[in-house]
Write a protein that binds this ligand. Structure first.
Ligand code: FAD
Ligand code: NAP
Length: 554
C-alpha cells in the first residue's frame, strides 16, 4: 500500500528534554502564523510537524484536481501587506501546488524554517500543575517541555479509510486523497475504483476519468455541487484588489463566513417561483460556495425554503447528465442543501456521461469487502488495478484525539470529550491550562474561510500569552462555568438550523461511534470575533489566571 496509513513511527531514542516557552504542533497555515507571532513576542517557540514539509492540508492533499474553493486572493494571509502585494495568485481558485508554493514562500520569507522540526509526530502531552509546564513526547523519542502548547493540528488532517473488511487482502494500488504522496500518480489505461463523493472525490473524479481506461465511482451519499467557474485571474482585477486589500480584509473579518457577501434579507417562500429561479441562477453563475445558500435568510433554517434551493441544483444535475437514472442517483435527497459541506467542481456531473465511467449506488448495493483483486458489493464483484479512497477525515477532533493529552491529574482530554468536544470559544479547555487549539470545535472554523478564522484565533492566543507575560501570570485555565456556558450556546445556535438533520462530518456522523454533536459554531465569523474581543477586553473573562506562587494551590 503506497500512501494510505498514517502510521506512527517507532520510538527510537531518548534524548534530554528541550525547553521552550511554546511548542506549536503542526506547520500548516495555523502553525506557521502562530510561530511568526510568538517570535515577535520574544518567545522561544518551536513547531513540531509530522510531515517532511510545511503546508499542512496543502502538503498532504496532492490528489489530481486538488484546489481550494475559496478564491485565492481571499484564501491568503492578511497579516503582512508586503506579502499580499508581492505574491501573485494566478487563478480564481488556486491549485494545491500553488498554495503549497505560497506556504513554502511564507516559511522562507519570514525565516520560520529554522524553528520547525519536520518528520516528527507529537504522541503525548502531559501537564504539570506545580511548574505550569507541558512535557511533550514524539515518535522519534525526543522530549520537550513548554509553558504553552498550541495545537495547530488541523480540523481536516486525520484521514479516514472506509470501514470495509479485507483492505489488507487487496493487491492493487491504493491511494488516499489526503495521503497522496509526492510522486506523480497516473491512472492511464487502468481500471480504477473511487470510493467517496465528497469534495475530494468530486474534484478528483473528472481527472481520474480522463486518464483511466475504466472508472467506477462508489457513492454512498450524493453531494450538492456547483460549478466553480475557475479561470485565470486578470491583471486588472488583481491590481484592483491589491489596491484595496485593507478594506477587503476588514470585510472578511466582519462577514458571516470570512467571505464578504451581501446579507440576505428576504424569505425564499415569500418569493415567486420565477423570482427564486432568477436569483438562484445568478448565484449559480457566480461560481462560489456562499452565494446560493445566501440567497434567502431561511435556507438553512426552514426545510421548505431549503428544498427550493436543493431542487434548483437537482434540476441542474438533470440538465447535464444524459441518463435519467444516473442523474437521479447523483441527486441528493437525504439531507438539506448546505448541511453537508457543498462542493465546487469542474465538469463533475458531465463526467458521468463518459462511456468509461460507471456509478454504483452503495445505498442500493452496499460494499461488503475487499477481495484480492478489487471490491465486492451486495450485488457484484469489481476488479481494479487501483482504488482511490476519497473517504474523508475524522474531522475537528481526530488529530487531537490521536495525541495522549493529559492534565495534572492524569485525566486525558479524550476521556473528557467522550460525549463530544467541550471548549471555550474553540480555543481552550477547562482542566487543561496553557493548552490552546486553533479553530477548534466550538469555533466558526470549518464553516468559514479558514484563513480568516485561523488568523483570528492565532492573534487572540498570542494576545492572551502577551497579557499573561505582561501581568506576571504563569498559567491561564478556562473555568468549568465558562466552558459549559459556551458549549450550551454553540449547541443551541446549531439546533436552530437544519445542520443537525444531516449525517455529516460536521455532526461527527462519518466516523462510527463518534458522538453526534454539531462540532463548529454557526454564529458567524464577525459575531464570534466580537465575542472573543469582549473576552480579551474584560481581562480574559472565563479564565482563571494564576501567578507562579499560586500554582501549588491548584
Ligand atoms: P492543517 O493544514 O491541517 O495542518 C495541520 C498540520 O498538523 C498537518 O501538517 C499535520 O501533519 C500536523 N499534525 C497533526 N497532528 C500532529 C501531531 N500529533 N504531531 C505533529 N504534527 C501533527 N478551507 C477553506 O477555508 N477553504 C478551502 O477551499 C479549503 N479547501 C480544503 C481542501 C482540502 C483537500 C482539505 C483537506 C481542506 C480544505 N480546507 C479548506 C480546510 C483546510 O484544512 C484549512 O483551510 C487550512 O489549511 C487548515 O490549516 P491548519 O494549519 O489549521 O491545519
Ligand atoms: P468527505 O466530504 O467526508 O467525503 C467522504 C466521502 O466518502 C463521502 O462521500 C462519504 O460518504 C464517503 N465514505 C466515507 N466512508 C465510506 C464508507 N465506509 N463506505 C462508502 N463511502 C464512504 O471527505 P472529503 O471529500 O475529503 O472532504 C472533507 C472536507 O475537506 C470537505 O467537506 C471540505 O471541507 C474539505 N475539502 C475541501 C476541498 C475544497 O475546498 N476544494 C476539497 C477537498 C476537501 P457519506 O457522505 O455517506 O459519509
Amino acid at each position: 500500500m503506497s500512501q494510505v496509513p498514517d502510521g506512527d513511527g517507532p520510538v527510537t531514542e531518548n534524548r534530554a528534554a528541550e525547553n521552550y516557552d511554546a511548542v506549536i504542533v503542526g506547520a500548516g497555515l495555523a502553525g506557521l502564523y502562530q510561530l511568526y507571532l510568538l517570535r515577535q513576542l520574544g518567545l522561544h517557540a518551536r513547531i513540531i510537524e509530522a510531515a517532511d514539509g510545511v503546508g499542512g492540508t496543502w502538503f498532504w492533499n496532492r490528489y489530481p484536481g486538488a484546489r481550494c474553493d475559496v478564491q485565492s486572493m481571499s484564501y491568503s494571509y492578511s497579516f503582512s501587506p508586503e506579502l499580499e502585494q508581492e505574491w501573485e495568485w494566478t487563478e480564481k481558485y488556486p491549485t494545491q501546488p500553488e498554495i503549497l508554493r505560497y506556504l513554502n514562500h511564507v516559511a522562507e520569507r519570514f525565516d520560520l524554517t529554522r524553528d520547525i522540526t519536520l518528520s516528527t509526530r507529537v504522541v503525548s502531552a502531559q501537564y504539570d500543575d506545580a511548574t505550569a509546564r507541558w512535557t511533550l513526547r514524539t515518535d522519534t523519542g525526543s522530549t520537550m517541555t513548554a509553558q504553552f502548547v498550541i495545537m495547530a493540528t488541523g480540523c481536516l488532517s486525520a484521514s479516514k479509510l472506509p470501514e470495509i473488511p479485507g483492505l489488507e487482502r487487496y493487491r492493487g494500488r491504493k491511494h488516499h486523497t489526503a495521503r497522496w504522496g509526492k510522486e506523480e500518480i497516473r491512472f492511464d489505461g487502468l481500471r480504477v475504483g473511487v470510493i467517496g463523493t465528497g469534495s475530494s472525490g468530486i474534484q478528483s473524479i473528472p481527472i481520474i476519468a480522463e486518464q483511466a481506461a475504466d472508472l467506477t465511482v462508489f457513492q454512498r451519499t450524493p453531494n450538492f455541487s456547483m460549478p466553480a467557474g475557475n479561470r485565470p485571474l486578470e491583471p486588472g482585477e488583481v491590481a484592483e484588489l491589491k489596491a484595496s486589500y485593507r478594506g477587503w480584509r476588514e470585510a472578511q473579518r466582519t462577514s458571516r463566513a470570512g467571505i464578504p457577501a451581501p446579507e440576505a434579507t428576504e424569505f425564499a417562500l415569500a418569493a415567486s417561483p420565477g423570482e427564486r429561479a432568477a436569483r438562484y441562477q445568478a448565484a449559480w453563475e457566480k461560481g462560489d460556495l456562499v452565494s446560493l445558500g445566501g440567497c434567502y435568510v431561511d435556507i438553512l433554517i426552514d426545510p421548505a425554503a431549503n428544498e427550493t434551493a436543493a431542487e434548483f441544483i437537482r434540476s441542474k444535475i438533470r440538465a447535464v447528465v444524459h441518463d435519467p437514472e444516473t442523474a437521479e442517483t447523483l441527486s441528493p435527497r437525504t439531507f438539506p442543501f448546505g448541511t453537508k459541506r457543498p462542493c465546487l467542481d469542474t465538469g463533475y456531473y458531465a463526467t458521468f456521461n463518459r462511456p468509461n465511467v460507471h456509478l454504483v449506488d452503495l445505498r442500493m448495493t452496499p460494499l461488503i469487502e475487499f477481495t484480492e483483486s478489487g471490491l465486492r458489493t451486495s450485488a457484484a464483484e469489481y476488479e481494479f488495478d487501483a482504488v482511490v479512497f476519497a473517504t474523508g477525515f475524522d474531522a475537528m477532533t481526530g488529530a487531537l484525539a490521536a495525541i495522549d493529552i493529559r492534565n495534572g491529574n492524569g485525566l486525558s482530554l479524550s476521556s473528557v470529550w467522550t460525549a463530544g468536544p467541550r471548549t471555550y470559544l474553540g480555543v481552550a479547555m477547562a482542566g487543561f491550562p496553557n493548552l490552546f487549539t486553533i479553530t477548534g470545535p466550538g469555533s466558526p472554523s470549518v464553516l468559514s474561510n479558514m484563513v480568516v478564522s485561523i488568523e483570528q484565533h492565532v492573534e487572540w492566543i498570542s494576545d492572551l500569552i502577551a497579557y499573561l507575560r505582561e501581568h506576571g501570570y504563569a498559567a491561564a485555565e478556562v473555568t468549568a462555568e465558562a466552558e459549559e456556558s459556551w458549549v450550551t450556546h454553540v449547541a443551541e445556535v446549531g439546533s436552530l438550523t437544519l445542520f443537525p438533520r444531516a449525517n455529516s462530518w460536521y455532526m461527527g456522523a462519518n466516523v462510527p461511534g463518534k458522538p453526534r454533536v454539531f462540532l463548529p459554531y454557526i454564529g458567524g465569523v464577525g459575531a464570534f470575533r466580537q465575542k472573543c474581543e469582549e473576552v480579551a477586553a474584560s481581562g480574559y473573562e472565563g479564565f482563571t489566571l494564576r501567578r507562579a506562587g499560586e500554582l501549588a494551590a491548584v
